[in-house]
Ligand binder design. Structure first.
Ligand code: ASP
Length: 439
């Protein structure tokens, strides 16, 4: 059994957290390859080391003296080192960093030092080999991640290593300069290491006990999802559920490696298992609920629209020409609605309307803004009857008017549109009817 374990910033924010992490790793000898993030927030209005590094670098680039700013960062690490009782000194590392900052080695280099230094501490504390991600994670000369080359290099490098710490978030370009993934990118590093070593599971340790059925900012203490498929997760993430970095899914998914989201502060919780497919019955008919506000519906009416072949294509072409992607297109006999993100649409609104008049000569065009979309997702819905009925009656009881309904052909999701101001009430009502009443 081989596990790759990635720990997020809050799991590594202090010596106390690092000790928990080490206990977790030591409690299972399959946990052989460790991917740390940079130290995150210790309390809610704390600042992540990555952000401190960006600020410090920006100050250096503006020609300011950075001694004090860098000292704050060094102190954060020193506190961790002291708290763990290590003999380690990062003095020389920090001298080098200061030098590189003054020589403007790049923002990516600056940000990467957060995980690099944390990796050194972690490896020292665990007695594991430290591998600088710059040696094994490759980007091409254009700065695109080179997945195949990275996979080969990592495979070779880790082949005979019992265990190792590889810092997340960054790698190097062919000329050796440091390049990072986008924010939250340590998830990606964990995933590519899991692929390279053919891990049995990729454990992603964070500060929540898995993926929640819905947003905890809307429903207090929602249930965690036990098992979710990649497809379900994609539907939920697309509609705003934040779980992990999007690009972290592909490397492991392709290899059929499951991801287990776990909680460093509650290691006894099983967390959420993300899998390609499963015969495990979901606990509830629905797996999750997610949603977003601020969509706009463009309602186009034209008598005898149904007889006009190519009407839909012409409408969508106008959106394409204006560089706007559409979300949904509910339609009736003489009506055709296009739902788009308000923020993408607003600037081009008049150009789209005149384009539509030219393209399809509608009887009328009417715009409705401030709509929220809610996705109710679940592989269990396919077999169940009355799911949509329950959604509708829950919303009727909550006094929420439904503006739009759309069910994907896979029966994996039902999307409903409501007014922005009804969004939270609607999510709570749907959660209650499927989860609370079952508890
Ligand atoms: N430290 C980086 C960030 O804050 C990367 C990560 O934590 O995954 O975005």
């Amino acid at each position: 059994m081989k596990k790759v374990v990635k720990f997020g910033g809050s799991s590594l924010a202090s010596a106390g957290q690092m000790k928990k992490v080490a206990d977790i790793i030591r409690s299972d000898e399959a946990r052989r390859y460790v991917i740390p993030s940079a130290p995150g927030k210790r309390y809610s209005d704390d600042t992540k080391v990555t952000d401190l590094l960006y600020r410090c670098y920006d100050a250096a680039a503006a020609g300011e003296d950075i001694t004090e700013k860098l000292q704050v960062i060094e102190n954060r690490y020193q506190e961790i080192i002291d708290g763990l009782g290590l003999e380690l000194s990062l003095k020389e590392e920090f001298e080098l960093i200061q030098d590189y900052f003054m020589r403007q080695a790049g923002r990516d280099y600056a940000a990467s030092r957060g995980e690099y230094l944390n990796g050194i501490i972690m490896a020292n504390y665990l007695g594991y080999r430290f591998i600088d991600a710059a040696e094994v994670v490759r980007f091409d000369e254009k700065g695109n991640f080179d997945e195949e080359q990275t996979n080969e290099v990592l495979k070779q490098r880790l082949k005979n290593l019992e265990n190792a710490v590889i810092p997340g978030f960054y790698g190097a370009m062919p000329d050796g300069s440091i390049k990072t993934f986008s924010r939250g990118g340590s998830d990606v590093t964990g995933s590519i290491v899991a692929r390279a070593v053919r891990a049995d599971v990729y454990e992603n340790w964070t500060d929540v006990s898995g993926v929640m059925v819905t947003d905890p900012r809307i429903v207090e203490n929602p249930e965690a999802i036990e098992t979710i498929t990649y497809r379900e997760l994609r539907e939920l993430s697309y509609m705003g559920a934040s779980v992990m970095h999007e690009d972290a899914i592909f490397p492991v998914r392709r290899e059929g490696i499951p991801i287990n989201i776990r909680n460093t502060n509650r290691p006894e919780d099983k967390g959420t298992l993300i899998v390609e497919s499963t015969c495990r019955q979901p606990k509830y008919i629905i797996t999750g609920i997610a949603g977003k506000k601020d969509f706009c519906a463009i309602n186009i009416e034209k008598e005898m629209m149904n007889a006009e072949i190519g009407f839909g294509r012409k409408v969508l072409q106008v959106f394409e020409e204006n560089g706007i992607s559409f979300e949904h297109t509910p339609s009736g006999i003489d009506t055709f609605t296009v739902i788009v993100h308000q923020s993408e649409f607003v600037e081009k609104e008049q150009s789209v309307i005149s384009g539509l008049h030219r393209a399809v000569k509608p009887d009328s065009i009417d715009l409705e803004s401030n709509l929220a979309l809610i996705a109710i997702v679940g592989r269990g819905m396919k077999a169940a009857k009355g799911t949509a009925g329950r959604v509708f009656s829950a919303l009727a009881h909550a006094n929420v008017n439904i503006k739009m309904i759309d069910q994907g052909s896979s029966e994996l999701n039902i999307i409903i549109g409501v007014r922005n101001e009804d969004f939270e009430t609607a999510v709570r009502a749907i959660y209650d009817i499927f989860v609370t009443v079952q508890l």
